[in-house]
Design a protein around this ligand. Sequence first.
Ligand SMILES: CC1=C(CCC(=O)O)c2cc3nc(cc4[nH]c(cc5[nH]c(cc1n2)c(C)c5CCC(=O)O)c(CCC(=O)O)c4C)C(CCC(=O)O)=C3C
Ligand SMILES: [Fe+2]
Length: 346
Amino acid sequence: MYDAFLLLSFGGPEHPDEVLPFLHNVTRGRGVPPERLAEVAEHYLRFGGVSPINEQCRELVAAIRADFAANALDLPVYWGNRNWRPMLADTLAQMRDHGIERAVALATSAYGSYSSCRQYLQDISSARAAVGPRAPLVDKLRHFHDHPGFVEPFADAVTAALSTLDATQHETTRLVFTAHSIPVAMAETAGPTGGRYEAQLRETGRLVAERGAPGLAWDLVWQSRSGAPHVPWLEPDVNDHLETLAKEGVTQVVVSPIGFVSDHLEVLWDLDEEAAATARRLGLGFARAGTPGADPRFVAMVRDLVLERMAPGGRERTALGRLEHWDVCASNCCPPPVRSNREGTR
Ligand SMILES: CC1=C(CCC(=O)O)c2cc3nc(cc4[nH]c(cc5[nH]c(cc1n2)c(C)c5CCC(=O)O)c(CCC(=O)O)c4C)C(CCC(=O)O)=C3C
Ligand SMILES: [Fe+2]
């Protein structure tokens, strides 16, 4: 049924000269103001113009190859990005040259919404169109927000982060989950019936909290807001939330970025720099919990999702949560936001 596996990711620059072209790829036609782009370019340049995301993908690809080989899953592993080299269209052309006809793909995003699901589907179809008639077919794997291979590494990381804080302050410790903010209009239309991005994130938060810090109070808040200031995005921002918590008497926080699969730039900058500085200013103890990255359980999850998809006649899904799963998104699922809406002219 499938003759290859494809890792589909976001991409990031690996040299200072690549920062602006990358940012233009990400934001083309998206109504992101130039001031916001300049600010984000500065974040990348603070890290020498190198996003860690590509190296994290290389590690994940190597781990997936080793895991497939050790478990007799005989599929070559390819990697292509939405916004930076290796670009998906180039990867698909290479796959075609290798005789690949139909690949199964994991997007490095666990949740539904235009930005985190539909846009990857559109990237696949435009890359296939660019490659032409013999472009391989690509089937994207389902959302994995409640798969134990995703939840358990986060839960362990929360436990580990908590252990670095002061145990005697348990009563005033809060677990704060974060995910990438998206426009409210995008959140309202996420998934088959709307609101699915937030619903899946809440489910992941609950599953991680139950396992990683049972009994500890937790919240879900947002980070890395983009777009024009007058367009509403999901709130509160993590920094504002820390202010609120400090006023309520919270003394220390564990911040767990469940919206992301690895410690890429938005985690390193928006949390480890900005949110950590906010916490310092407020006198809050702060520990940032890790992400799955190339955790063996996350890698085994990739294999499990592939085998689930390949099972003749279907198979029970490995899932801890209660929200339903589907293999193929309906055409009305996660529609692109109305452009005039996104730019706030309506
Ligand atoms: C939901 C979501 C995820 C999680 C799901 C997933 O992973 O797909 C995500 C991940 C990421 N976002 C990333 C980087 C950026 N996102 C931007 C802008 C935007 N993100 C959005 C949403 C999301 N983004 C949206 C609605 C925009 C506005 C523009 C638009 O409507 O599309 C911009 C433009 C500048 C700015 O931030 O304003 C950058 C540079 C990186 C790479 C980091 C690295 O280099 O390590 C990663 C993994
Ligand atoms: Fe983003």
